[in-house]
Design a protein around this ligand. Structure first.
Ligand SMILES: C[S@@+](CC[C@H](N)C(=O)[O-])C[C@H]1O[C@@H](n2cnc3c(N)ncnc32)[C@H](O)[C@@H]1O
Length: 418
C-alpha cells in the first residue's frame, strides 16, 4: 500500500480500531475514492491533509469503511440464553430493571431482538432498558426509523415478524412498543473515557465488531467490556470472536452456540478492575511452598451420599471461589478437598481446585486436577483453557495450542449444531 494510504489506514486504526485487512485493500481504496471524488480531490496526499484537519471528514470516511451487516435474531441461541439468564437471576426476583447494551447496534436489529426476547419472556416494559450504540450516524438513523426489508429477516422462524412488525408494502415497520424501548446513541468504543461514561450494564452484546479491529484495539475493548459489566454480568460475543476472551478474566458459559461469558460474580471481585485482575494473574506465577499434598487418585464415579442439598452446594462453591479470590488459598483448597471427599466428583470443583493449586505454584497438582475435571467432563471449556495457559507458561506451546484448539472447537461446535 502506498505510504499515504498506509497513514490513512493507521489513522483509522488509532481512531476506531479499524484494521484494513479485515475488509481488504480494494474495499478500503474504494472508500477513499468515494470520499476523494465527493471532495473533488485527486491526490491522496491532499486528502490526508484534509482528513487530518477535519473531524467531520474523518467521520465521513468512517461511514464509508464500517461494515453494518446484521439481521434479527442473528445466531438465535444467544437470545434464548439471554431470556433464561434473566428469568433465573436474583435481580429478576428483586424487580429491579435490567440495563442491557448492544454495542455496536448497527441498524438496530440486535437491540430490537433483545427487546422482543424480553417481551416474549414476559418482562414488563419498565423491567428493562436497552441502549444501542454505534459509531456510524448513518446506521443509527436507520435504527431509529425501524423500517426493514427482507435482508434483515434471515432466520427460519419468522413468527416474531408477525407479532412485532406492521407490513407496509414490501417493508416491515417495527411496532412502537418495541421501538421506544431502545435508546440509540452515537459513540466510538475506543474513544477515551466513552465506555467509562456509560455506567454499568447487566448484559452486554458486543458481537461482530472485534473481528474488524487490530490486536491492540481488541485488547483495549476487552478491558473496557470487563469494567462495563456489573458483577455476575453476561457478555455475548460474536462466534469468531469468542477465542479472544480465552486468556481474560471472563468465564465462558458452557452452553451450545451462545458465545457468552460471565464476569465473575464473587462479591470480592465486584470492584476489581480488569487491570488489577491482570496483575493478580502475574502474582499467580510466584511459586509458594507446597502445603498438604493434593488428591492424586482417579476421580471415583461411585455415588456418595450428598452431604449438602443442591442450593447449599452452590453456596459452598461460591464461598470457596470468593476465598480463593481474596487470597485465602490454603483454606479454599482445604474446603474444596473436603467437599470433594464428601460428594460425587465434579468437574467444576476439580477445575476450581486446579486454579487454586496453580495460584499456589503447585503446577503438577493443578494439572492433575484440570485433567480430572476433563476426565469427568471432556467438554469442560474452562479446564481446557486453564490447562492451555498452564502448559503455555511451562513453555509447551504445542500442547497449549492443542488445548486451546479443543476449547475453541467446543465453542465453534455450537455454531454447527453441536
Ligand atoms: C457487523 S456490525 C455488527 C452489528 C451487530 N452487533 C451484529 O452482530 O449483528 C458492525 C458495526 O460496528 C460498528 N463499529 C465499527 N467500529 C466501531 C467503533 N469503534 N465504535 C462503535 N461502533 C463501531 C459499525 O458502524 C457497524 O455498524
Amino acid at each position: 500500500m502506498e505510504v499515504i494510504k498506509q497513514q490513512i489506514a493507521e489513522l483509522l486504526g488509532k481512531t476506531i480500531g479499524f484494521d484494513v485487512s479485515s475488509i481488504g485493500e480494494t474495499t478500503f481504496h474504494r472508500a477513499l475514492e468515494t470520499r476523494m471524488n465527493a471532495l473533488a480531490i485527486d491526490e491522496p496526499v491532499l486528502y490526508f491533509e484534509r482528513l487530518s484537519s477535519s473531524y467531520m471528514e474523518l467521520r465521513r470516511l468512517i461511514e464509508e469503511v464500517v461494515v453494518p451487516e446484521t439481521w434479527f435474531f442473528r445466531d438465535q441461541q444467544p437470545f434464548s440464553f439471554l431470556s433464561k439468564h434473566i428469568l433465573q437471576s436474583k435481580k429478576y426476583l428483586s424487580g429491579k430493571p435490567f440495563r442491557i447494551l448492544s454495542i455496536p447496534s448497527s441498524t438496530g436489529e440486535e437491540p430490537y431482538s433483545i427487546v422482543m426476547t424480553l417481551m416474549d419472556a414476559g418482562l414488563h416494559q419498565n423491567q428493562f432498558h436497552v441502549d444501542g450504540i454505534d459509531v456510524s450516524e448513518r446506521v443509527l438513523a436507520r435504527a431509529r426509523k425501524g423500517v426493514y426489508r427482507g435482508n434483515s429477516f434471515r432466520t427460519k422462524d419468522l413468527t416474531f415478524r408477525d407479532r412485532y412488525f406492521v407490513k407496509e408494502g414490501n417493508v416491515f415497520e417495527i411496532k412502537e412498543n418495541v421501538r421506544e424501548k431502545v435508546l440509540f446513541l452515537q459513540g466510538n468504543i475506543l474513544q477515551p473515557g466513552f465506555m467509562e461514561s456509560l455506567g454499568q450494564y447487566d448484559v452486554v452484546f458486543c458481537r461482530n465488531v472485534l473481528i474488524y479491529f487490530n490486536p491492540e484495539a481488541q485488547e483495549q475493548v476487552i478491558g473496557y467490556l470487563y469494567n462495563l459489566l456489573s458483577s455476575g454480568g453476561l457478555l455475548f460475543t460474536g462466534y469468531s470472536e469468542a477465542s479472544l476472551f480465552f486468556e481474560t478474566p471472563f468465564v465462558p458459559v458452557s452452553r451450545a452456540k451462545t458465545f457468552a461469558f460471565y464476569k465473575e460474580d464473587a462479591k470480592s471481585v465486584e470492584t476489581k478492575l480488569y487491570t488489577s485482575y491482570k496483575s493478580n494473574a502475574l502474582a499467580r506465577q510466584i511459586p509458594r511452598p507446597p502445603s498438604k499434598p493434593a488428591l492424586r487418585t482417579k476421580p471415583s464415579t461411585s455415588k456418595k451420599p450428598s452431604a449438602l442439598p443442591a442450593k447449599a452446594k452452590n453456596k459452598e462453591y461460591t464461598a470457596v471461589k470468593r476465598l480463593a479470590d481474596e487470597g485465602a488459598l490454603e483454606e479454599a483448597a482445604n474446603r474444596s478437598e473436603t467437599y470433594l471427599s464428601l460428594h460425587d466428583p465434579s468437574a467444576n470443583w476439580y477445575c476450581l481446585l486446579g486454579v487454586i493449586r496453580d495460584c499456589q505454584g503447585r503446577k503438577e497438582d493443578a494439572m492433575d486436577f484440570f485433567r480430572k475435571a476433563l476426565y469427568l467432563d471432556p467438554t469442560h471449556v474452562e479446564s481446557l483453557i486453564q490447562l492451555s495457559l498452564l502448559v503455555e507458561r511451562n513453555g509447551d506451546l504445542e500442547r497449549a495450542k492443542n488445548y486451546k484448539r479443543r476449547a475453541q472447537r467446543l465453542l465453534e461446535e455450537n455454531v454447527n449444531g453441536g
